[in-house]
Design a protein around this ligand. Structure first.
Ligand code: PRX
Length: 633
């Protein structure tokens, strides 16, 4: 979709209704933004003071060792103090924290009181398995409430979580466990997706056998399918909760602001996925604040972020952001069109959802089924809509606005990343909207569009998107690889963070994100590195070399096309192509399966041996091949 996204750059403007403005937490973006930039220490200090700290910070921003910025240093807190514990002392104790619906229609609800009880049990289980403050627990689960409990249980006892998306497969899981050196894995016997069983435990067993750190596995029963349980290593969660120790109370650990809350692996330009590190203090303050102001979150809302908790969107805006605000959050296990394309609209009606936050790929996918499906349902409870993950094409934006939001609900197109922790460029409810633009920076965020020398480009010109000042929920480093953190994000422009995206700025200062500048492909909003797909292909015995590129796709945004050079003696065939697709699915996960495998005799390379993916893409799209001076084919 990237190619068409900005086709009506500077298009129509949609103004907020008076009602939206009257209701909004922030009625004057400009003055609050100016204040946040003029004095960030005072701005963030004042907001942070609304949270519970067991010790107040000495310094709001510690920039003594750039680019290793720290926030609220000297302070002590725990995100769980503020996301759960503090609500137990108020009327919110009895408020619903989580409403969950399974794919087959089972409903579970948890008040803040009940949520706390589940977290305490899980935390005691982790402790009984030897998990200590500073350890990293890997969590590999379907989209069920226990995933949320496990994350919060880790945070409560000062362990970090590393959630691996349940759609990932063997190698992706193995390398993440290995990098994190996790001793404990939390998983489930399986999961459901479109009525089909996903064999999570089988994948986990194979991943564990590929690396050597896991000592204990906690297994949640979700599907009841037959699975292997390794004696002395694997334990059923439903057995563990019967242990007396599990029902004891469990203190929330008071931690330093900068202690690690989680790592989340994401794809970059080269090699292995990067473990992005986020910490308790700054992440807490920023995710809570962004969600409050951008979606105008209120106690009476029923908020639904339809992402997977296994991605940053789920971490920040299914788990932490809503709970920090004491909100009621809805979570759904399965596919949007299962069993019929009205599933989402039916749930919005049933639960009276007021805020829906999803991705352009889901919107485009549901738009395909036509207006009759949403029109059968009463969507009048909705008051705010959101979009994230890739640029939203104006056609999908308008359908979302007109058909789902019934011209009443502003769309918050939020630009951000795993690395940024929270929304960076986003409208507020009071911001005039332009379909396809993420609009303006959030409070405290200074962004620009620059050329390769770091100088701002002219309005309307394409350039490199940068963030000019540190912000509270910024990544702190790449786990075990501080050098890579520096080279990846800070090398080119020194004091400016390089996001890896290209963008344009219009005359009103609105940012139009175009897409990734590096070898990252966004498939259905999921971030995949060409290097990971290529390395999965090359791990197949028939393959000598491989290149992967992303090509535009109407619903998914992009799909993967692979170019494969076979080893001597291997012959291309339809069966082999299918076997390779299957192999990538088995190693990384179904989302990484190439749509098409092209068998080739040579791959275009530079003289230094780098594959010229740009050229493969231009050829596939029938576009001009550009500069070929370095080509050695
Ligand atoms: O290219 C941008 C795109 O998603 C990338 C970040 O991917 P990830 O770390 O997986 O996080 C996705 C969810 C926060 C960005 O570098 N992206 C994300 N949101 C938008 C977007 N592109 C355009 N508009 C957006 N609203």
């Amino acid at each position: 979709m990237n190619e068409t996204t900005n086709s009506n750059f500077e298009s129509d403007v949609y103004y907020p209704s008076q009602n939206t403005i009257d209701e909004a937490h922030c009625k004057d973006y400009e003055s609050m933004y100016k204040e946040s930039i003029r004095n960030p220490e005072a701005f963030w200090g004042k907001i942070a003071a609304e949270f519970y700290w067991s010790k107040i910070w000495d310094k709001v921003i510690d920039d003594s060792n750039p680019p290793f910025y720290k926030w609220f240093t000297g302070g002590k807190t725990n995100i769980v103090f503020n996301a759960v514990d503090r609500h137990l002392k108020t009327w919110r104790r009895n408020k619903l924290a989580l409403i969950w619906e399974s794919e087959d229609g089972e409903v579970r609800t948890y008040s803040y009181f009940a949520l706390n009880r589940e977290i305490v049990k899980f935390a005691n289980i982790l402790k009984s398995m030897g998990v200590e403050r500073g350890d990293i627990v890997t969590i590999y689960m379907p989209r069920i409430p226990e995933l949320v409990f496990a994350m919060l249980a880790c945070a409560k006892i000062g362990a970090a979580h590393s959630v691996v998306y349940g759609g990932f497969s063997v190698e992706a899981l193995a390398e993440r466990i290995e990098d994190a050196e996790s001793k404990v894995l939390v998983t489930a016997d399986g999961g459901f997706m479109r009525g089909k069983l996903i064999n999570l435990k089988e994948i986990a067993d194979e991943a564990i056998s590929r690396q050597g750190t896991i000592e204990h596995v906690v297994v949640i029963k979700r599907t009841g399918q037959e699975i292997h349980m390794e004696n002395g290593r694997d334990y059923w969660y439903h057995d563990l909760i019967k242990l007396p120790v599990v029902n004891q109370s469990c203190e929330t650990e008071s931690l330093d602001s900068e202690e690690m809350l989680f790592i989340l692996y994401t794809s970059g330009t080269t090699g292995r996925p990067k473990g992005i590190v986020h910490t308790h203090g700054g992440y807490m303050v920023y995710t809570a604040t962004t969600l409050k102001y951008v979606f105008d979150l209120k106690d009476e809302d029923r908020y639904w972020c339809a992402a997977d908790p296994g991605w940053i969107t789920g971490h920040s805006y299914i788990v932490y952001g809503p709970l920090l605000n004491g909100a009621t959050s809805f979570m759904y296990e399965g596919a949007p069109n299962y069993p019929y394309p009205n599933r989402w609209w039916k749930m919005i009606e049933n639960y009276g959802i007021t805020i829906l936050y999803t991705a352009p790929t889901a919107i485009r996918g549901l738009m395909r089924f036509g207006n009759a499906w949403p029109n059968r349902h009463d969507l009048s409870s909705l008051r705010m809509l959101g979009s994230v993950g890739e640029p939203i094409n104006p056609e999908a934006w308008k359908w979302y606005y007109n058909t789902i939001g019934q011209e009443r609900c502003p769309i918050m197109d939020t630009w951000w990343q795993t690395e940024t922790g929270g929304f960076m460029i986003t409208p507020l409810p009071v911001t005039p909207l332009k379909p396809g633009s993420a609009t303006l920076p959030f409070f405290g965020i200074e962004v620009d569009v620059v050329d390769t020398d770091g100088n701002p480009v002219q309005n309307g010109e394409e350039g490199i998107l940068v963030v000019k000042k540190p912000w509270p929920s910024m990544l702190r480093t790449i786990y075990k690889d501080p050098e890579r953190y520096k080279t990846q994000y800070w090398n080119r422009f020194g004091t400016m963070y390089e996001a890896g995206d290209s963008a344009r700025k219009d005359k009103d200062g609105y940012i139009w994100v175009i897409g990734r500048l590096d070898d990252v492909i966004k498939v259905s909003g999921y971030r995949l590195g060409t290097a990971e797909i290529e390395s999965a292909l090359v791990s197949h015995s028939a393959v000598a070399e491989a290149a992967a590129i992303g090509l535009p796709h109407e619903v998914k945004g992009n799909t993967i096309h692979a170019y494969v050079l076979l080893k001597a003696g291997q012959t291309p065939s339809e069966q082999l192509a299918e076997a390779l697709r299957h192999h990538v699915g088995h190693e990384i996960g179904p989302i990484a399966k190439p749509e098409k495998i092209n068998f080739v005799e040579v791959l275009p390379k530079t003289r230094s041996g780098k594959i010229m993916r740009r050229l493969l893409k231009a050829r596939a799209l029938g576009l001009p091949e550009g500069d070929k001076s370095t080509l050695e084919e």
